[in-house]
Write a protein that binds this ligand. Structure first.
Ligand SMILES: [Zn+2]
Length: 121
């Protein structure tokens, strides 16, 4: 059984947690210029790597808070846990974040306010 280190409660058994899937999926802003394919990719495509994977987990039978986990999908090694809204600190997890195909998608670019949009306001 896996043991996860909840950032708020400490080390607990996997049975207390539920996995929420891939972490760091940026939601496009309401006003964007995504075409249907790019939006469908954002909405439906999820990564399933063999190696380090960044996931969202919730301590369902504990504090009920969400946090991120960097886990190796082959060995199930928990590399680190870290707060929502932050990036991983370990080298392997940071590399997984940078190498994700998602970093270069149109949906990810559409999640940040453009300079063009700011000038128009
Ligand atoms: Zn907890």
């Amino acid at each position: 059984m896996l043991q996860l280190n909840c950032p708020f409660c400490g080390l607990r058994d996997e049975a207390e947690f539920s996995c929420g899937g891939e972490a760091h999926i940026a939601r496009p802003l309401a006003h964007n210029e995504l075409n249907d394919k790019d939006f469908a990719d954002y909405l439906f495509l999820r990564d399933n790597p063999k190696g380090v994977f960044l996931e969202r987990w919730r301590h369902a039978a504990g504090c009920r808070r969400w946090f991120n986990v960097a886990r190796h999908t082959v060995s199930h090694e928990i590399i680190e846990t870290y707060a929502m809204g932050s990036l991983p600190k370990s080298k392997a997890a940071r590399q997984a974040y940078q190498d994700s195909w998602r970093r270069t998608t149109a949906a990810e670019a559409a999640s940040k306010p453009s300079k063009k949009g700011k000038e128009a306001r």
